[in-house]
Design a protein around this ligand. Structure first.
Ligand code: HAM
Length: 425
């Protein structure tokens, strides 16, 4: 006896079935509208990239690179990684295709799956979808504000409410090294009171201690020096302007001195957007991003400022469902086409095409032969009219139009039926 086979999708990776597709579609449409309005061009990049692109771009000591990458070795011996995020790929494409020769800034948007080897839990998957917006070649703080506004607008368009923007500045290569030193010396004197992860972070990536959620670390963090007090002149005025622009457009933000983000490429502004509710907080950020002025150079390109962000589609859908946000109803057919006999079926196939070309939604059940079963189906769909095309009608070039509410039937010429139904619905 052969063993019964039972396959399941891999841990943390899901099929996207009918119900879910509607939500994906909605988010895609909102992103596309916003992208068109703000003049972003769509970009697709390969799902696999050279591993080094991510390890350099995102940072060797980040959790994403250290623990979460799906990496494979090709038959040719190259190391490739399933993208854990898009920004490094977008910058690679910007450099590779000489986009610095285009009028700047270059504004790009994307929508697709990412992969991180995480411990699956609510709002955290191994394959998840992101949409994102990136602006390359412009350093003005107005861009930071506009990027934040784009994500806020998308979430609002989806009708999520009570959104809060958390924002911080983590400085640049001028001011951050000094701040890091201050931070290391502060934490080193309290090292024994930190959790094991933070003791490791102290050596590898001290800034990341700031967003540790462990209670014992939180107490120490709350007294730690803050980046905001140690920004250099240019980072300080840049951040001040970002906040002034946010005030100007009335977006709700909260200054969070502990927001550092999990990717190393950021400079100056970083942000995350949450839904301000216990469920929202438990899910984590709906979107996050910031400025990355040193990334393009780090990946071998010209010195080019950049700023962008990405939203997590599963997390957003999760909240849309919790909040019972209704989606636009699909166009439902108002007409059903029933057929009888071989000739009736053949003519019906052709007639269906005439309705499609006239953009009239019409349902059928060509696999069924009995009229009773077809009328039952029409009833179930709740259509207003059923067209019946039997052997005799097919021979005479006519068709029966049945009013489903009254049961009244009339016979009309088949060549007039599309026009007639257009009039009636
Ligand atoms: P990120 O914060 O790592 O940033 O991811 C962006 C969003 O993706 C998160 O806010 C979250 O909604 C979603 N997300 C992340 N990991 C998971 C997961 N395991 N399961 C479900 N959803 C997840 C980036 O990826 C940056 N590339 C954003 C950016 C663009 N910065 C500048 N430009």
């Amino acid at each position: 006896m052969s063993k019964k086979l039972k396959f399941q999708s891999p841990t943390g990776m899901h099929d996207i079935l009918l119900e879910e597709q509607k939500y994906f579609q909605k988010i895609y449409e909102v992103c596309e509208d916003i992208a068109n309005f703000y003049q972003f061009q769509k970009i697709e990049t390969p799902i696999l990239e050279e591993t080094e692109l991510f390890s350099r771009g995102i940072g060797f000591s980040t959790d994403i690179v250290g623990k979460q990458m799906f990496t494979l070795r090709t038959k040719g011996g190259d190391y490739l990684t399933l993208r854990p995020e898009f920004t490094a790929s977008i910058v690679r494409a910007y450099i590779e295709h000489g986009m610095f020769n285009l009028p700047q800034p270059v504004k790009l948007w994307y929508f697709g799956p990412c992969f991180r080897y995480e411990h699956p839990q609510a709002g955290r998957f191994r394959q998840f979808w992101q949409f994102g917006f990136e602006v390359l070649g412009e350093e003005s703080p107005v861009i930071d504000t506009q990027v934040i506004q784009i994500f806020y607008n998308i979430l609002r368009e989806i009708r999520l409410k009570k959104l809060i923007i958390e924002i911080n500045s983590i400085g640049d290569n001028q001011c951050r090294p000094y701040y890091k030193k201050l931070l290391v010396s502060y934490f080193r004197s309290r090292e024994m009171a930190l959790c094991a992860d933070c003791r490791r972070r102290l050596r590898e990536n001290p800034l990341r201690i700031l967003d540790c959620k462990e209670e014992k670390c939180q107490r120490i963090i709350s007294q730690a020096p803050q980046m905001i007090d140690h920004l250099c002149e240019s980072c300080h005025s840049h951040f001040k302007e970002v906040l002034e622009f946010l005030d100007e457009i009335g977006l709700p933000y909260h200054l969070n001195p502990y927001l550092v983000r999990g990717l190393d490429y950021y400079t100056k502004t970083v942000f995350e957007i949450y839904e301000e509710s216990p469920e929202g907080r438990a899910l984590g950020a709906l979107a996050g991003g910031g400025r990355y002025d040193a990334l393009t150079k780090l990946l071998g390109g010209k010195d080019t400022p950049g700023c962008g962000g990405a939203g997590g589609i599963e997390r957003i859908i999760n909240l849309m469902k919790t909040r019972q946000l209704r989606l636009k109803k699909e166009r439902e057919p108002e007409i059903f086409l029933a057929q009888l006999g071989n000739l009736g079926k053949r003519k019906s196939l052709r007639l269906l095409e005439d309705f499609r070309k006239a953009k009239i939604q019409i349902a059928e059940s060509f696999g069924r032969d009995s009229l009773k079963a077809q009328l039952a189906r029409a009833d179930k769909l709740g259509v207003k009219h059923t067209l019946i095309l039997g052997q005799q009608e097919a021979l005479e070039g006519t068709i029966i139009v049945r009013d489903m509410a009254s049961g009244k039937q009339e016979t009309i010429k088949i060549e007039k039926v599309v026009r007639e139904m257009k009039r009636r619905i």
